[in-house]
Design a protein. Structure first.
Length: 316
């Protein structure tokens, strides 16, 4: 595997590049506390060797892992949970109550992924997702505090991207592990102005008003940073929140204005691309339009799909 794939931050937090899709696209977070460990998000089955290598590099044995936390059950975040936990004898899976059954028995989760991505792509990118023994699963509740080796981790129910999504407040670092609720920030788009961010409206449970409430709820904690699965730690949280919500409003407005016909998907993806290009130019990004759109190609496709699902549900 390529080196380096682990970035060590302060407060015992490591960013592990899972190797999914491209470098610095998908992260797992390894948290150390008093000789114990926890993972937040896992990537896919193919990511498991990297996570175990990161654990060993930190001088920790597999038996030191107390928790594997899934922010939500989308496969780029939780596809590797079952396979990883086979290597971690003491670990419990911590998951939103609406997502628990899908990681205990991944049948419906895999069927849904095949409908979105196609069977061949699911087999190539994710492999066969392994279920977790129900006795090893801890379901969270809103405002629940988990004692991780004396370090409190607080779970907030944060729907909007998915109804089975929670975010984790780490008082020690004054940061949230946000999964996809606080959007996507790729390092290729960093400029002198700092990080850039965009929403993710991936199928099938995007709900803009719920997402806005979830973001505002996290902002009330005055976080100093956010730990994004896509990708890494970002600061300047109020600025990024404004950018995120501004783009989401523009995307929703564009989608609502389009006729529901065979051309809607392509028009939506094209319009979202224009929104992101305009935002990135204002941010000082100097990459060519074609390069930007290539880096965002997967997100453009999935965001258009997810927005269409929301529109169809809204107009039923």
């Amino acid at each position: 595997m390529p080196e380096p794939f682990v970035q060590t931050l302060d407060h015992g937090i490591h960013v592990v590049d899972t190797g999914f899709h491209r470098p610095m696209f998908d992260a797992s977070f390894l948290i150390e506390e008093r000789g114990r460990a926890a993972f937040v998000d896992t990537g896919t089955n193919h990511s498991v060797p990297r996570l175990l290598a990161a654990l060993a590099a930190a001088g920790l044995a597999p038996g030191a892992v107390d928790f594997v936390i899934a922010t939500h059950v989308h496969l780029d975040h939780a596809g590797g949970v079952g396979l990883l936990m086979q290597q971690l004898p003491a670990a419990r899976l911590v998951v939103h109550p609406l997502g628990a059954r899908h990681l205990i028995d991944p049948t419906r989760l895999m069927d849904s992924a095949r409908r979105v991505y196609g069977a061949d792509e699911v087999a190539r990118s994710y492999g066969d997702v392994v279920g977790v023994d129900a006795e090893r699963v801890l379901r969270t509740a809103d405002d629940m505090v988990l004692d991780f080796a004396g370090r409190p981790l607080k779970f907030l129910d944060t729907p909007g991207h998915a109804r089975h999504h929670h975010c984790i407040w780490d008082e020690r670092s004054r940061g949230f592990f946000t999964g996809d609720t606080f959007g996507l920030s790729y390092r290729e788009f960093d400029t002198a102005a700092g990080a850039w961010i965009m929403p993710t409206t991936t199928p099938i449970q995007f709900e803009p008003e719920a997402l806005r409430r979830s973001i505002q709820r996290m902002l009330a904690y005055r976080p100093e940073c956010m730990y994004l699965t896509h990708y890494g730690r970002v600061t300047e949280v109020p600025r990024l929140a404004g950018l995120l919500l501004e783009q989401m409003d523009a995307m929703v407005a564009l989608a609502l204005a389009l006729p529901n016909d065979d051309a809607r998907h392509a028009a939506m993806a094209r319009g979202f691309g224009e929104i992101y290009l305009t935002s990135l130019r204002a941010h000082g990004c100097t990459l060519a339009d074609a390069q930007i759109l290539d880096l965002l190609a997967l997100d453009l496709e999935l965001n258009a799909q997810g927005m269409a699902v929301w529109l169809n549900r809204k107009t039923r």
